[in-house]
Design a protein around this ligand. Structure first.
Ligand code: NAD
Length: 260
């Protein structure tokens, strides 16, 4: 029996990178999918790739901005209207923001990054937890980052938002375990997705591929992570096999966050 047969999995940021890789993985294992993103073209692309591998997959695409609570409420309601329940929630959409020293980190930029990465994750948890508490079951995986458990530098907004995601995960995991709901966070290191490509372009301009090689030279495994490696981890964390993992933050970074 497939791990996600008859399970409804809701994913934000499903139009690219880690959200897309996870959508593909859980779809291969039988999941019914509700995919949320601001980028409709990205969502259509994810759906197309899934249907090539799983032609009978059930997939709802919902355009929403995770930083707008009304739109979050609406994507949760739309998922319930279409599929009647939410078994797993990958609360993942996020941005990196511009890189700068703290004194030069614009207040508008700080607000924007925190609005999407932290408020967006909070709104998602708030509205999905109501559903899961009533069901008496469910698993939430929030996307934090190595930048949510370590200092990386030049990322005030990102660091604040991702440390906040870790705090929300620990706090709510403690509250909701008693209702049969587990809440985890992942802390990815550098995984080669469009977001990291954008970040390397900020650092290295046209020579961004060279900047990438230098970037991973300090990683114990000397390489970037692959989106599908994150997909395998998140699929496990969303599955019943990970039902007793709660309030935990799982690094997936080649060991970089443990390095002195
Ligand atoms: P990505 O840019 O490939 O994908 C992010 C997706 O989120 C995009 O499709 C984008 O349209 C969507 N999105 C952005 N803002 C949104 C909003 N306001 N509302 C709805 N959708 C929105 O990036 P990714 O690398 O897949 O990143 C996914 C998550 O993983 C982010 O939270 C990111 O911070 C985190 N992360 C990534 C890495 C990495 O190395 N790639 C490392 C650590 C953490």
């Amino acid at each position: 029996m497939e791990r996600f047969q008859d399970k409804v999995i809701l994913i934000t940021g499903g139009g690219s990178g880690l959200g897309k890789a996870t959508a593909l993985q859980v779809a291969k294992e039988g999941a019914i999918l509700s995919l949320v993103d601001l980028n409709e073209q990205g969502l259509e692309e994810t759906k197309k790739e899934i249907l090539e591998i799983v032609p009978n997959a059930k997939i709802a695409l919902i355009k929403a901005n995770v930083a707008n609570e009304e739109e979050v409420k609406a994507y949760v309601q739309e998922t319930i209207n279409q599929f009647g329940k939410i078994d797993g929630f990958f609360n993942n959409a996020g941005i990196e923001g511009k890189q700068n020293l703290t004194e030069d980190f614009g207040s508008d930029e700080f607000e924007k990054v925190v609005d999407i990465n932290l408020n967006g994750v909070f709104y998602g948890m708030k509205h999905v937890l109501k559903v899961m508490k009533e069901q008496g079951s469910g698993s939430i995986v929030n996307t934090a980052s190595v930048g949510g458990i370590r200092g990386v530098g030049n990322q005030s907004g990102y660091a604040a938002s991702k440390h906040g995601v870790v705090g929300l995960t620990r706090n709510s995991g403690i509250e909701y375990g008693q209702y049969g709901v587990s809440i985890k966070a992942i802390a990815p290191g550098a995984i080669l997705t469009p977001m990291v490509e954008g970040s390397l372009k900020q650092m290295g301009g046209e020579n961004w591929e060279e900047a990438g090689k230098e970037f991973v030279s300090v990683n114990p495994m000397k390489r970037f992570g692959k989106p599908e490696e994150v997909g395998y981890l998140v699929a496990f964390l969303l599955s019943d096999h990970a039902g007793f993992i709660n309030a935990a933050v799982v690094p997936i970074d080649g060991g970089q966050s443990y390095k002195y």
